[in-house]
Design a protein around this ligand. Structure first.
Ligand SMILES: N[C@@H](CCC(=O)N[C@@H](CS)C(=O)NCC(=O)O)C(=O)O
Length: 214
C-alpha cells in the first residue's frame, strides 16, 4: 500500500511521522509550507478542505484527524503495539488521544495565531494569557498522570507520541514550563527513541529547505 503523509514542520503532523516510523511503515512525505500559506491553496484544499495537516493518504484514500490517523496506524501495524492491548486500556488510550486533539491542541494554537481568536486590536497578549492558563491546567493533568511512570500506558504508545508534540509545541512558544518535571523527563525519553530522532532531523532539514526556497 502506498502511504503518503501530508506534513508541515512544527505542526502536529510530527505525531504520525513518529508513529509511522515506529511501525516500520514505508511512507512518503508531502511537505506543506504553511508560512507560504500552501495549506490554503486549491491543490491542498482538495486534499483537506479543512486546510490542516496531518493528512494520511492510503493508496489515494485520504484520512484526516490525528486521532483517526493514530488508530489507523495502530490497527494496520499491530506488531508495533501503538495502542495498549487490553480493550479497557485501549479505550482509555483513545480518550487520551482525543484529549490531546480537543483539550490541549486548542490551547496551543492561540499562542501562534491570537488574532484568529479575537479580532479586537491589541488583545493578542490577553488571548495568549488565557490560552496559556488552559495549557497549564492540561499539562498539570499530564504531569500527575506521569508520576512514577515512564509512559502514559504500560508501554510506549501513540499517546506518548501525541503528548510529546503537545508539550514540545508549548516549549516552542517560550512559555515557562520548568515546573512540569515529569513532562520534561518524558520528552527527554522520547528524544532517545530512533523514531523521534528521525522525525526531528527531518523537521530540521525541511525548515532549512523552506528557508532556502526562493
Ligand atoms: N483536528 C485536527 C487539527 C489539526 C491542526 O489543527 N493542524 C494544524 C497544524 S498543528 C494546521 O494544519 N493548521 C492550519 C490551519 O488551521 O489553517 C487534527 O486533530 O488532526
Amino acid at each position: 500500500m502506498k502511504l503518503e503523509l501530508h506534513y508541515a514542520p512544527r505542526a502536529c503532523s510530527l505525531v504520525p511521522f513518529i508513529t509511522l516510523t515506529e511501525a516500520g511503515a514505508s511512507f512518503e512525505v508531502v511537505n506543506v509550507n504553511m508560512a507560504r500559506r500552501e495549506h490554503l491553496e486549491p491543490a491542498f484544499l482538495k486534499v483537506n478542505p479543512k486546510h490542516k495537516v496531518p493528512v494520511l493518504s492510503m493508496n489515494g484514500e485520504l484520512l484526516t484527524e490525528n486521532v483517526a490517523i493514530q488508530i489507523w496506524i495502530a490497527r494496520n501495524f499491530p506488531q508495533a503495539r501503538l495502542m495498549p492491548l487490553a480493550p479497557a486500556q485501549e479505550i482509555k488510550a483513545i480518550a487520551f488521544l482525543a484529549w490531546c486533539a480537543s483539550g490541549i491542541h486548542p490551547a496551543l494554537t492561540p499562542n501562534a495565531h491570537p488574532m484568529q481568536y479575537c479580532d479586537v486590536p491589541g488583545t493578542e497578549e490577553s488571548v495568549r494569557r488565557v490560552a496559556q492558563k488552559k495549557l497549564r491546567e492540561n499539562y498539570r493533568v499530564a504531569e500527575d498522570a506521569l508520576n512514577g511512570k515512564e509512559w502514559f500506558f504500560d508501554h510506549f504508545t501513540a499517546a506518548d507520541a501525541y503528548f510529546f508534540w503537545c508539550f514540545r509545541r508549548g516549549l516552542q512558544f517560550n512559555i515557562e514550563l520548568d515546573e512540569f518535571v515529569n513532562c520534561i523527563a518524558h520528552g527527554e525519553r522520547m528524544k532517545e527513541r530512533p523514531s523521534v530522532q528521525l522525525a526531528l532531523e527531518y523537521e530540521a532539514r525541511t525548515l532549512e529547505l523552506f528557508a532556502r526556497a526562493p
